[in-house]
Design a protein around this ligand. Structure first.
Ligand SMILES: [Zn+2]
Ligand SMILES: [Zn+2]
Length: 360
């Protein structure tokens, strides 16, 4: 009989707890919100990270709507340097949620001028400007044409900027710090199609011309900080130049499109009488890398870890990752990950560790 009393007691407690939760929902919600605000507002995760290279995947998606992936966006902390590579829609908001110090962002580097790589630029400029009380416009480096893109965003956001300054005051929303300042990165043309953009102290940034024809120029980037390194492919097919520039890199972030899945989407669009979508799906097959291409690139480069990003088509569940990867694990012996937004990869200097943290 004793167990019956125990069971009855447990049920009674659960019911009482449920009723109390229902009746006190407002009070509990207030307390939860207060705690979340104290823990998250203004959080600068860089203060918690060891000196090293830390990669914030703020957007792992593509132009195609993906419920869990923002457009392409990768934040890099290299020691005290805060850098961003691409600003796809929704990415800068995710970046801030991850605790990246957007307020002291030094520069945004664009890989190319496809709109999915800069359609979050407005949200980034606003966050960096007001959040960081900038006194100069955010430097935005990219291929030829970047001036036209940045000029357009500056024009589109100019009226909004006057409201911000009027409301928050010129000490917070400083007029001189509004917007972006474009810097053209010339197309590297020498052997290997690379150029060193910055080599100061412990930080070196190299640009690599990749192959995303007919979109040209299209860039990948290599970032070296002390003894750690990461390569971002940008949008490209398999690129021998990218492989050569990625020699012995710790981490390769490579874009990936699964042709077999895109063909399924194309055929479904065709069957549902959407010929334009079917045409686009057919066209995009020829200027992206497959997961297998990315694995081959990582293997040939001697990369220690491969993360796939710019995931096409959208994957609504990580259960599909194995189907997306296909034969990639056979081609690269190191760890491979299909990126999700909120992934933070931490590589402390002076060691060989590569730690994965979910920082949503
Ligand atoms: Zn893209
Ligand atoms: Zn592209």
């Amino acid at each position: 009989m004793k167990w019956r009393f125990v069971a009855l007691g447990v049920v009674a407690l659960a019911v009482a707890g449920g009723i109390a939760g229902f009746l006190l929902q407002r009070q509990i919600g207030d307390a939860m919100f207060k705690r979340a605000a104290a823990e998250n507002v203004g959080r600068d995760r860089s203060a918690e990270l060891a000196d090293g290279l830390h990669v914030f995947v703020c957007g792992s998606g593509s132009p195609m709507p993906d419920p869990s992936r923002a457009g392409p966006c990768v934040g890099v902390l290299a020691g005290r340097h805060a850098l961003l590579f691409d600003a796809g829609s929704g990415g800068p908001r995710r970046l801030q949620r991850m605790g990246f110090p957007v307020g002291r962002l030094e520069k945004l580097y664009l890989t190319h001028l496809h709109s999915d790589h800069f359609d979050g630029l407005g949200e980034l400029m606003l966050q960096a400007w007001v959040g960081g009380s900038r006194t100069t416009p955010l430097p935005i480096a990219g291929p030829e044409g970047v001036g036209e893109v940045v000029g357009g965003f500056n024009m589109a956001y100019r009226i909004d900027s006057t409201y911000r300054t009027a409301h928050h005051g010129s000490a917070v929303a400083k007029p001189a710090g509004f917007g972006g300042a474009a810097e053209v990165i010339p197309l590297p043309t020498g052997p290997g199609k690379t150029a060193v953009l910055l080599d100061e102290g412990d930080l070196k940034i190299t640009v690599i011309a990749v192959d995303h024809a007919p979109v040209s120029p299209s860039f990948g980037y290599r970032i070296d900080y002390k003894d750690r390194s990461v390569v971002l492919s940008g949008d490209t097919v398999y690129s021998a130049d990218l492989v050569a520039a990625s020699k012995d890199v710790d981490l390769m972030l490579h874009e990936a499109l699964k042709p077999e899945m895109v063909i399924e989407v194309r055929d479904a669009a065709s069957n549902s009488k959407q010929p334009h979508i079917a045409k686009v799906m057919g066209d995009i097959l020829d200027y992206h890398a497959s997961p297998e291409d990315a694995a081959r690139a990582a293997s040939e480069a001697g990369a220690r870890m491969l993360v796939l990003y710019h995931i096409v088509p959208p994957l609504p569940s990580s259960f599909l990752d194995a189907a997306f990867l296909g034969d990639a694990p056979k081609l690269f012996s190191g760890p491979i990950k299909v990126a999700e937004d909120g992934l933070l990869i931490s590589m402390p200097a002076g060691g060989s560790g590569i730690e994965q943290i979910m920082a949503r």
